[in-house]
Design a protein around this ligand. Structure first.
Ligand code: HEM
Length: 428
């Protein structure tokens, strides 16, 4: 059974607007089990404090009672392939529901057992909700998905770009779309943001939303939804749920981007950057898994390969892999006049476009591209999490939880009475 076939049991059908219950509400037991997806985890009031290898929040693979023939593979996977061919979105259904119910409750119970209530800043709902626009703009999420999917279908670089855009938005003055502003000296002009892209997708989505529901949907929510939809395109179903209700901020300054972590940061520096945003080591490890897709400029990699004119390979890099990087990114100090053959490298050389746990296997094989990737193996607890997340299903669950936390960072909402809805995302 492949990870993607099991994933079919977890995914929320595309086009579904998700449950509208706030995370602060208690779990209600319904006769019919809810779909087994990333939201299962988000229903816990507390998340696991660690993702230790033996304590997975979702059924590990293989899972007793969650075998191939019982879930997707026999019926679901075939059906899935058929339906995906018709561009329909479906999760496993039929007789598989009982096993999903068992696994769902297993996940709930296990989640409570392993959690010990880390009440942190981001555990308090700042005024976001699932399907916030259900009455004010009922088609908002399907419009975002439709436009994003159309663009991603034509450009496979977009999932990486849009996911990074969301991260760089949230880490600088919160998830408030400040990264989109075209004002003088804005965040966009800062060094770490020069290689950020995807703005044109946000513009296209926003234009459609303004036609459907003028002045209702925030640019910050568009960024969060488009990141999810772009990554989820390859699954034709949503890989995680996105809370909405963010409002847009008026300030964007390159001077604020110092809060973005450096690719040359060591483990301690990364932990600090994330802690400053209310995110913990588990979030750091899970969210770094975003580097399972996308590219890095050679300039982000060459410090690990050269020191001045000399080739001095970072000992945390596998030597054969380092040779490949050297071929792609020659020493800029030796060949300043001739541009390198490739100006970028894949962050996940093994499966560059697949959103999966291979990034973590790469790390264990000393094939993480950035020094900050390799740093995750330099701390025992983080390394254990890395090993756990090599399993794609564990990765999807952990990523879904941590994206939800990241999506709450310093948000402006009606609840805190801040922000506005921009009609053009580039204009304050
Ligand atoms: C842990 C700290 C992190 C550091 C130091 C870091 C740094 C970087 C750097 C240097 C690049 C390559 C940029 C370039 O050279 O052009 C990159 C790419 C990327 N990052 Fe991160 N990142 C971190 C965490 C994250 C997080 C949390 C996410 C999203 C949740 C993310 C998503 C991405 C994506 C998708 C790309 C590829 C972008 C593309 O293909 O256009 N990163 N990151």
């Amino acid at each position: 059974m492949t990870a993607s076939s099991l994933l079919g049991c977890f995914l929320q059908p595309a086009g579904s607007t998700g449950h509208t219950r706030s995370v602060a509400e208690p779990i209600k037991r319904s006769a019919q089990p809810p779909p087994l997806n990333g939201t299962v985890i988000t229903k816990h009031k507390h998340r696991a404090s660690s993702l230790a290898p033996s304590l997975s929040l979702t059924p590990s693979v293989p899972h007793p009672g969650f075998s191939e023939d019982r879930c997707c593979s026999e019926t679901g996977e075939l059906r899935r392939e058929r339906e995906m061919g018709r561009q329909q979105q479906s999760v496993c259904g039929g007789a598989g529901w009982w096993w999903r119910a068992v696994a769902w409750w297993g996940a709930v119970v296990l989640g409570h057992l392993v959690s010990h209530g880390r009440a942190g800043l981001l555990d308090t709902n700042p005024g976001l909700a699932y399907n916030f626009y259900r009455t004010s703009c009922p088609n908002a999420e399907s419009i975002v998905q439709r436009v994003t999917w159309a663009q991603v279908a034509a450009n496979q670089a977009l999932p990486g770009r849009l996911l990074r855009l969301h991260f760089h938005d949230c880490f600088v003055k919160g998830c408030d779309a400040s990264i989109l502003l075209d004002t003088a000296g804005s965040e966009k002009t800062a060094g770490p943001n020069l290689s950020v892209g995807g703005y044109e997708v946000i513009d296209a989505v926003k234009a459609q939303l303004e036609q459907a529901c003028p002045g209702v949907v925030s640019c910050a929510d568009v960024v969060a939804l488009a990141a999810r939809d772009a990554v989820s395109y390859q699954f034709k179903a949503s890989l995680w749920q996105v809370e909405t209700g963010r409002r847009d901020g008026p300030v964007s300054s390159a001077g604020n981007t110092g809060s973005l972590p450096s690719p040359s940061a060591g483990f301690g520096g990364l932990v600090q950057s994330f802690a400053a945003k209310g995110l913990d080591v588990g979030d750091l490890v899970a969210l770094s898994g975003a580097h399972t897709i996308g590219k890095a400029s050679c300039s982000s990699v060459t410090p690990r390969l050269y020191n001045g004119n000399a080739t001095t390979v970072d000992p945390l890099l596998d030597s054969a892999y380092a040779k490949r990087l050297i071929t792609s990114c020659p020493n800029p100090n030796l060949t300043p006049a001739s541009p390198p053959p490739a100006s970028t490298v894949d962050l996940d050389a093994a499966t560059p476009f697949k959103f999966d746990g291979t990034y973590y296997s790469n790390l264990l094989n000393k094939q993480g591209v950035l020094a900050s990737d390799a740093a995750l193996t330099q701390n025992a607890a983080a390394a254990a999490m890395v090993a756990n997340l090599t399993n794609s299903i564990n990765f999807y669950a952990a990523f879904a939880m941590s994206m939800k936390k990241m999506g709450r960072v310093d948000v402006l909402t009606l609840k805190n009475g801040q922000g506005k809805i921009r009609t053009q995302c580039r204009v304050p």
